[in-house]
Design a protein around this ligand. Structure first.
Ligand SMILES: *[C@@H]1O[C@H](CO)[C@@H](O)[C@H](O)[C@H]1NC(C)=O
Length: 328
């Protein structure tokens, strides 16, 4: 491994190929300042609380002028009786056009919920979910909006977030320790979202029939590797290293419901976030990611609590930093 020269892809530079994440395909919904729900992710028990979701009740549904029926905190739980509840019915025009990634209207279409339905996994990471009039009910409660919204699937919409890390090092190879915490600094592969300029983990949706481990590697390869202008032989080398890293035991950072602004009463995001760490620094650490053009970037970014990052992702990184005894 070490025999491969450090500048094996030195000539490579980032040429941006990220066309922005369409609402329906990105893991992280729309860009929002990360303050709102950071506290939601501070403990596991809060995650499990049916009243936890906040972004899933954002007043205006993303990509539309549709306003949700307002749901106060004490009415989120389905078990709280609320006869006045009258959610808005909204399915985005992009979803109504019946693209391959989207389910049609429930009625003539009645998928196998809570099970592996052909190649589409309709099981939730959070256990069995309820149905009402043939439609799945959001396991975290009311959102003020029924239908699919921007989401392709009735019920859970599965995503995967690969968090690829290395130790920050000086050119001579020693690890960099933070002056305040005295702890070594981690760096992670991050993409700059085109829609709002926020940094994010390069995640994406699980394709039908795909294992989550495959999604993690595919999304990372697509976003990191396709952004590089590399010769076929360089590309092969990079792909081999990525495959090796993703075949190693990853650290599962989170698995479950995502409080996402696209969620509805009948469709919601779930994800699995896994950390793949290049401890020795001779694998994907050498990916020469750097600033691309103005349109967007793929970069190694220092892991730090002050990062302006999409909220769920900040929590994932905090977990990684603490688990690896790194600076936060
Ligand atoms: C919701 O709206 C869709 C079209 O957007 C329509 O096909 C469906 O019947 C409506 N559902 C209800 C419960 O009104």
């Amino acid at each position: 491994m070490k025999a491969v020269s450090r500048n094996w892809v030195a000539s490579v530079h980032v040429a941006l190929s990220l066309i922005g994440l369409p609402y329906a395909a990105g893991t992280s919904g729309v860009c929002r300042k990360n303050a709102i729900s950071r506290s939601l992710f501070s403990s596991k028990s809060v995650y499990m609380s049916p009243a936890a979701h906040v972004k899933a009740r954002c007043p205006v549904y993303p990509g539309s002028d549709t306003r949700r029926f307002p749901v106060p905190d004490d009415k989120v739980d389905w078990d709280t009786d609320w006869p006045q509840y009258s959610p808005v019915n909204y399915t985005a025009p992009t979803v109504l056009k019946k693209p391959v990634w989207a389910d049609p209207e429930i009625g003539p279409f009645s998928p196998q919920f809570n099970s592996l339905d052909g190649s589409v996994d309709r099981r939730s990471h959070e256990g069995s979910y309820r149905l009402q009039n043939g439609k799945p009910l959001n396991p975290h409660g009311r959102t003020g909006l029924e239908g699919q919204g921007l989401l392709g699937r009735w019920g859970p919409n599965h995503a995967a977030d690969p968090i690829v890390t290395r130790w920050k090092r000086v050119s001579t190879g020693q690890r960099v320790h933070h002056t305040n915490s005295q702890l070594p600094v981690l760096q992670f592969v991050s993409i700059k979202r085109l829609d709002c300029g926020e940094w994010a983990i390069p995640g994406g949706m699980v394709d039908p029939g795909e294992r989550i481990s495959q999604t993690l590697q595919r999304e990372f390869s697509e976003e990191a590797l396709n952004s590089l202008q590399a010769s076929p032989s360089e590309r092969e080398k990079i792909q081999k290293r990525i495959t090796e890293l993703f075949n190693s035991a990853g650290l599962q950072v989170y698995k479950g419901y995502v409080d996402d602004p696209r969620n509805t009463d009948n469709a919601w995001m779930e994800t699995v976030a896994v950390n793949f760490h290049d401890e020795s620094g001779n694998s994907v650490s050498e990916l020469p990611l750097q600033a691309g053009d103005d349109a967007g970037q793929v970069s190694w970014i220092d892991v730090d609590s002050s990062l302006a990052l999409y909220a769920n992702h900040l929590h994932f990184l905090e977990t990684v930093a603490k688990e690896r005894n790194a600076h936060w």
